[in-house]
Structure formats: structure tokens, C-alpha cells
Design a protein around this ligand. Structure first.
Ligand SMILES: Cc1ncc(COP(=O)(O)O)c(C=O)c1O
Length: 461
């Protein structure tokens, strides 16, 4: 909470001067999510809360009636969490190895996260980007001073971060080509390259880059100018990265959704060279692998290759919606006021919480612990699952771990959930993906390994 104290001092408020502030600090120190949840399912007339099973039934049936069916949800109604544990409304306990798809980096109901949220919420939540606010600048400063970048742009999700990077790349290429970027008839490089098995999001620009055809076909036509190359194959990349045509190359240093596949060192290094030769930008999508998940602050630090832009999102505000694009100055220089924007982006509430999350994660001791826990998880999975004939490989870096099967992973994930471990799938549905909160404990990791070992031997002995 160093930066909270710092902010108080900077604002001349001294140490916690208002009574409300002290109450918030005390509440954070004694916060127990179980106490909160006790109040959630009370009926409006004050009668005793419905039984958990009835609540679950009602929520699932109302969801089917009122919520658009774009997700095949697991039949579980989660009510609260603490650290890497979550509980459903029936009181069943789970180890959360999914972390809201690699989002809840500090786990659930972290006391410092909650204190930052409460402190900012009672001061200022949103202003739009028409005015300056201190938390947005504080966060940008942290991101820039701890990365390759010179500027930060804020948005709200991972797909929006990629959408922003696409626009920045397209305009950069027009400026580089020496044309007036506001001339509708101007011709300049505009092609964007991405790779097999990549995932960059589901809005129309990011979707065009995303690999899986089934995500795209129902919404044809796609944004023009996309070129696909084979992941980890430099010859294939060289065939589509062309001077005068390519504006940017998008790549995940470690593919997440595609199956937890790290890039090869020669591939990322080669991409950097190909982009430099072609006068194109190299964009790293670190929405899933960035901010500590690999045991490095940024995934690309595993490789020593720097991009021109990097997109971030999932863990940055520990569960609040946020996205960001980090840019080198030469890219930032082409953008003018009015070229891009978002109403909610970078609001003080989200940014203040993100500062707290960043300060905790960037600590070298914290990052080392992620690396060690990742090692423990992979070794544990090899021990408990490695002898099963359907397990082909346990792979990944840090706490971004995948178990490659020669069958669909869904039934194993379902069996593990019944036994109290929440995991997700990736790849072609044949990978068990484990992306727990970065604060998961050794005991929770060991239990997860035991449960997954039992789950696979039950489903596919
Ligand atoms: C690498 C990568 N990029 C982009 C996205 C899209 O992020 P969001 O779902 O926040 O739009 C994801 C989401 O899984 C991702 O893993």
C-alpha cells in the first residue's frame, strides 16, 4: 500500500485525516467476504435466505430466461471467494485454477485491492477523459517506467486494447508512407499479420486477427487486410510480411487460448528482424501472458525481444475491467486528440486499483514466487497425470500452464469441478488450462494436482 500512503501525502491530506478514510482502512483490514455473502440472498421481506440449492436453481433458470446465450456456463453459481478459493451458493468450496480466465491475479477479496477500491470509490469513480485525474497518470507512469514503452493508452478490455493497437498501426503506416492520413484516397501499407491458434479478441478488428474460423464466419465479411502465418514458423511469417504492404505483426509471446504454447526464441527474434526490414510494427499481445503470469513482469522478457507496442488487460486491475496499449514514442507521435478514445477508459477508480495491483506484482520476490509455484504445478501434474496414456505433454511458463491431451479436456475439467477444482480448456478443446490467481498457495497447487490426476483416471483410465 506504499502508493496509497504516497497519494495521501501528495494530496496534502496527511495520514488518513478523515473519519471515513479510517473506517475504510479498518474495514479492509478485517474484511471477510463470507460476511458479505451472508447478506446477498436475503429475501426483500427480511425472511430467511432461500436454501442454497434453491438459489442456484433460480439463478440458472433466470439466466436462461434473461441473459443472451453466448456462454455455455458450468452449472455452478459462485457466491464469494478469498485468495484462490471460491464458494458456490450451496457452500461447496473450490480451488480456483481459472482466476476468471487469468484475471484475478491477487485472488479474490484481497485486502489491499479492496482498500484501494474503497478509498477511491468514496472519492471519485469516473470523470471521462475530458479532465485530468491523478490515478490515470500514476498508472501510466508505472507502466511506462517499468517497460519498453514511452506512452500508455487506456481502454477497458483485451479486445479493445488490440483494436487500439490496430488503429495506431494503421495510422502509423500512413504517416510513414508520407501520405496525409486524413486523405480518404491516400494509399499506404495496411496489412496486419497474425498466427495460427492466436486469440486477440472478438470485436471486428481483433476478430479479423483471431485464428478460429468459427468465431468469425457468422459475422462475415471480416475487416480486410489480414494475413495469416503459421505460429513458430519463421519461413511462413517471412512469406507474408512484406515491405510496402505490412503495417504490423501481432503475436502473443506465449499463446493462451490457443493451447498454452510459448513462442520459440528464434521465432520472436526473427519476427523482430522481419518487421524492421519491412518497416512494420511488432505488436505483442500480452493480454493473457503479461503482468507477472509467466514469472516475469512482461512475457517478452523471457525472450529479450522488444515490441513497438504491447497490449494488456486481464490482470491489470485484479478483476475490474481495464485494457491498455503501451507504445514506443515513434508510434505515439502519430496520434492526435480525437483519433481514438473511450468514455470509461482509464477512470480513476479502475486506475487507482490497478496501481495497487501493479505495485504488488512488480515486486521481484512476488515474481520469483510465481515462477516457483509454476514449477511446482507443472512437476505436480507430471507426477499425478503423467502416467495416463491420454496425457501428451505438460507445458507452459510460470502460472500459465497447459496439459495437452489426446482427447477432449471438457470431461476431465467437469470431473475436477465436481471434486472442487475449477480449471478451463484451451486449444482445440484438448488442453486443460490452469491460470490460477498468482497468490495460489503450495497446498492448493498440490491439491489441484491430486484432483486432476484422479479426474483423468476416472474419465479415461
Ligand atoms: C491473448 C488475448 N488477447 C486478447 C483477448 C481478449 O480479451 P477480452 O476478452 O478482455 O476482450 C484475450 C482473452 O482471452 C487473450 O487471451
Amino acid at each position: 500500500m506504499a502508493h496509497l500512503k504516497h497519494r495521501h501525502a501528495a494530496l496534502g491530506r496527511g495520514a488518513c485525516e478523515s473519519r471515513t478514510r479510517c473506517i475504510v482502512a479498518r474495514a479492509a483490514a478485517t474484511f471477510d467476504p463470507a460476511n458479505v455473502v451472508k447478506g446477498i440472498f436475503k429475501s426483500s421481506n427480511g425472511a430467511p435466505a432461500a436454501h442454497g440449492a434453491d438459489v442456484a436453481k433460480r439463478v440458472i433458470s433466470d439466466e436462461s430466461k434473461y441473459v443472451l446465450h453466448t456462454y455455455a456456463r458450468a452449472p455452478v453459481v459462485i457466491s464469494h471467494g478469498k485468495g484462490a478459493k471460491m464458494w458456490d451458493v450451496e457452500g461447496k468450496e473450490y480451488i480456483d485454477m481459472a482466476a476468471g480466465i487469468a484475471v484475478n491475479a491477487l485472488g479474490h477479496s484481497d485486502a489491499q485491492w479492496f482498500a484501494a477500491l474503497a478509498e477511491q470509490a468514496q472519492q471519485l469513480a469516473h470523470t471521462s477523459n475530458l479532465y485530468h485525474t491523478q490515478p490515470q497518470v500514476e498508472l501510466a507512469k508505472r507502466l511506462v517506467e517499468n517497460s519498453f514503452a514511452d506512452k500508455a493508452f487506456f481502454c477497458n478490455t483485451g479486445t479493445e486494447a488490440n483494436e487500439g493497437a490496430i488503429k495506431f498501426a494503421r495510422k502509423w503506416a500512413r504517416v510513414q508512407a508520407g501520405v496525409d492520413p486524413y486523405d480518404a484516397n491516400a494509399v499506404a501499407p495496411y496489412e496486419l499479420v497474425s498466427f495460427t491458434s492466436c486469440f486477440h479478441g472478438r470485436t471486428m478488428g481483433a476478430l479479423a486477427l483471431t485464428y478460429k474460423e468459427q468465431y468469425k464466419t457468422p459475422f462475415y465479411p471480416m475487416m480486410p487486410g489480414h494475413r495469416l502465418a503459421e505460429y513458430n514458423n519463421l519461413d511462413s511469417a517471412a512469406a507474408v510480411i512484406e515491405k510496402g504492404k505490412t503495417a504490423a505483426v501481432f503475436v502473443e509471446p506465449v499463446q493462451g487460448e490457443g493451447g498454452i504454447t510459448p513462442s520459440k526464441l528464434a521465432f520472436l527474434k526473427g519476427l523482430r528482424e522481419l518487421c524492421d526490414e519491412a518497416g512494420a510494427l511488432l505488436v505483442f499481445d500480452e493480454v493473457q501472458c503479461g503482468l507477472g503470469r509467466t514469472g516475469k513482469l512482461w512475457g517478452h522478457q523471457l525472450y529479450g525481444v522488444e515490441p513497438d507496442m504491447m497490449t494488456l488487460a486481464k490482470p491489470l486491475a485484479g478483476g475490474l475491467p481495464i485494457g491498455a496499449v503501451l507504445l514506443k514514442q515513434h508510434v505515439a507521435d502519430v496520434m492526435n486528440p480525437g483519433d481514438h478514445g473511450s468514455t470509461f477508459a482509464g477512470n480513476p477508480l479502475v486506475c487507482h486499483v490497478a496501481c495497487t495491483v501493479f505495485d504488488i506484482i512488480q515486486n521481484p520476490t512476488f515474481l520469483t514466487s510465481v515462477e516457483q509455484k509454476g514449477h511446482r504445478l507443472r512437476e505436480g501434474l507430471k507426477r499425478t497425470m503423467g502416467n495416463n496414456p491420454h496425457v501428451k505433454e505438460v507445458r507452459g511458463v510460470g502460472l500459465l500452464v497447459g496439459v495437452q491431451l489426446d482427447m477432449m479436456a471438457g470431461p476431465v475439467v467437469d470431473a475436477a469441478r465436481d471434486m472442487g477444482v475449477l480449471a478451463i480448456t484451451a486449444g482445440k478443446g484438448d488442453v486443460i488450462r490452469l491460470v490460477p490467481p498468482l497468490v495460489v498457495t503450495d497446498a492448493e497447487i498440490d491439491k489441484c494436482c491430486e484432483v486432476l490426476g484422479t479426474a483423468i483416471s476416472k474419465v479415461a483410465p
